[in-house]
Design a protein around this ligand. Structure first.
Ligand SMILES: [Fe+2]
Ligand SMILES: [Fe+2]
Length: 287
């Protein structure tokens, strides 16, 4: 795995000053990480399930647009936060900032190969520019919190299907997605805590979370189709069967998570984290 990360295998040692690790939630710290993409790397990086690489790339392409919006939204209220939540929020912002930077470098290779994706990139850029121009701070934070709930569901679904999704796959892009999802699990509580700290309500949260899921699904689908058509994988019935099967099983993970998340009694720390990412981080951060 060609990633360079500062070792911090002991979560207590990695805890930022003032951070509190509640039961069911982990201390949060920033770990500088950089993926090196070899020039000969095939951006359709799964040998036997190329449609999964197309779908994952389709999600990756959205990251340099959605995550900066999430960062801007949370950063706008960060100075109003106190104590442990303030420290965790700063670590969260640095994690998210790093995620989209790593995806940007990978996405450049994908767009180099599939030039039509630059049109979709313009659309994604326009959508998040418009959302930024709405200037509703609370909605931005609601969007960030909702997007985190969606990301956590994606992390759990991916962990449950890891053997099918990552066997026969190039370890470098696989590592990019696994690392990103592992950090999504690590910081699953921060944005919702920020949203509740600024007095956000359930209706706005539900609306913003739904919008985040719809935008993710819409752009992932457009981007996936561009790659399926360009690689002629679109004419393989198995590709569609696999995509439908994965989509349906993901919805069984996502929809209950979204419904549960809207309850005031619910907190993401109540959800069990997949062991898959703990093991992945232990193995890769320790190197
Ligand atoms: Fe992220
Ligand atoms: Fe996140």
């Amino acid at each position: 795995m060609s990633i360079a990360a500062f070792p911090a295998a002991d979560p207590e040692a990695a805890r930022p000053a003032g951070a509190v690790a509640d039961a069911g939630r982990r201390a949060l710290a920033f770990h500088p990480t950089r993926f090196e993409y070899p020039p000969e790397m095939n951006v359709i990086w799964h040998r036997t399930r190329p449609e999964f690489a197309c779908a994952a790339n389709g999600v990756s392409l959205l990251m340099p647009y959605v995550e900066p919006y999430v960062v801007r939204s949370i950063r706008a209220v960060a100075s109003n936060l106190d104590g442990a939540l303030h420290d965790e929020t700063l670590a969260y912002l640095r994690q998210e900032g790093q995620h989209h930077a790593q995806h940007r470098r990978f996405n450049d290779l994908v767009v180099d190969r599939f030039g039509l994706l630059s049109i979709s990139e313009r659309w994604m850029s326009g959508v998040f520019e418009r959302l930024t121009n709405v200037h509703n701070r609370r909605f931005g934070v609601a969007f960030a919190a909702g997007f985190e709930a969606v990301a956590f569901a994606a992390a759990r679904w991916t962990a449950d299907h890891a053997s099918e999704l990552f066997e026969d796959a190039d370890p470098v892009p696989s590592g990019l997605f696994q690392w990103h999802l592992a950090e999504e699990v690590e910081h699953k509580c921060v944005a919702i805590d920020v949203y509740r700290a600024i007095g956000g309500g359930r209706v706005m949260y539900a609306a913003a979370m739904t919008l985040s899921a719809v935008l993710l699904a819409l752009f992932a689908w457009i981007n996936t189709m561009v790659m399926l058509v360009a690689t002629r994988r679109v004419v393989h019935p198995m590709a569609h069967l696999n995509l439908v099967r994965w989509t349906v099983s993901f919805l069984f993970e996502l929809l209950p998570t979204m419904v549960m998340s809207v309850s005031e009694r619910h907190h993401p720390s109540q959800l069990a984290d997949p062991l898959f990412y703990d093991l992945w981080l232990q193995e890769n951060r320790a190197r």
